[in-house]
Ligand binder design. Sequence first.
Ligand code: CTP
Length: 401
Amino acid sequence: MSQKRVLLIIGGGISAYKTPELVRALERRGIGCRVILTHAGSQFVTPLALASLTRDEVHQELFNLTQEARMGHIELSRSADLVVVAPATADLIGKLANGLANDLASTALLATDKPVMMAPAMNVRMWHHPAVQRNVATLAGDGVSFIGPDEGAMACGEYGLGRMAEPEAIATAIEARLNAASSKSQSLHGKRALVTAGPTLEPLDPVRFLSNRSSGKQGYAIAAALAEAGAEVTLVSGPTALNDVAGVTMVRVESARDMLAACRNALPADIFVAVAAVADWRPEVAAPVKLKLKEPDAAPILKLAENPDILSEIAKPGPNRPDLVIGFAAETHDVLAYAAAKRSRKKCDWVVANDVSGDVMGGETNRVILVTQDGHQDWPLAHKSDVARRLTAEIASHFSS
Ligand code: CTP
């Protein structure tokens, strides 16, 4: 297999001095590097050091006759498997978030069709500035992954969040990302996975129903990531506007009861991930709901009947219980406490808790807490596909340990 290659864009921050170490950490992992060094970056690390380590020329100018003839900015941006910005300054983050391109680094970032990872580094107050956080959220929504920043003492003398992640940590994240994208990491090969996603739709009559705002994006991303890792995946989905996931067996349903039946049908499975926002209640109607209700004289009183709890049903001990059962917990407050309670009440192994008080439902990003038997991990805000890949990596390591 050909060597994986990263386009490393070095912004102008003090931590640029650590990038030769990053180049070497990548080299130890067999990952090649081509470098774009911004003018500000060259104040902290020399082009010569980087050229010696990468055994390649270091690209600095947008309009450079000789370099453009050999490798123009468009080709530069596309020649790598992954683009990494380290340190990612507030300036570079802001430019990409707003589609600006006025130098080689920002132009290459805008012109690339490859995944982009950023390792931010800046003063703690800058990192927490609403404008920077807005730009980070925009980029996460566009699919950019973030590594760090870390918390600690800073070169400016302050303490807090904003230090660039250590080169080893960045190199490990890059390697994981490259491996996830390559077919050699079929870590879940031979495993069967069942995923539920989307809302359920509970009919009142042939034209009216009760439902919720779930878009299905997180569940679909998990099904895709599990399939990418080699699992044989069935996705039981409530009504969504999303396309079928390639390489996944799709079962489209409407109501909670149909979703449970479809799940039972898809067993046995090794992994069950219940992402669907299943309606806990359905209108109690004379089945089948064929006749449209006519407007009553007074405000009608809806009678509701309890829906089956699909997660609890599938998690029940027995020969068909999947080895690993993962529930989701959408909460608006006391997220961790409710998630831990839900894990034991529903007898699942892990719970992925998310705070849905913002615009998670329907949005592109998610900030989750993974609650397992060993404790919990807070994951940073990330694109739903990154959350899915990280969860898949945790699942794979569960089965490999
Ligand atoms: N779930 C399910 N079947 C249901 C309700 C929920 O499979 N009838 C699953 C969801 O897919 C999710 C988990 O249970 O994995 C948590 O769902 P949530 O609606 O947050 O929890 P509830 O049990 O409804 O608790 P509460 O409404 O009190 O938060």
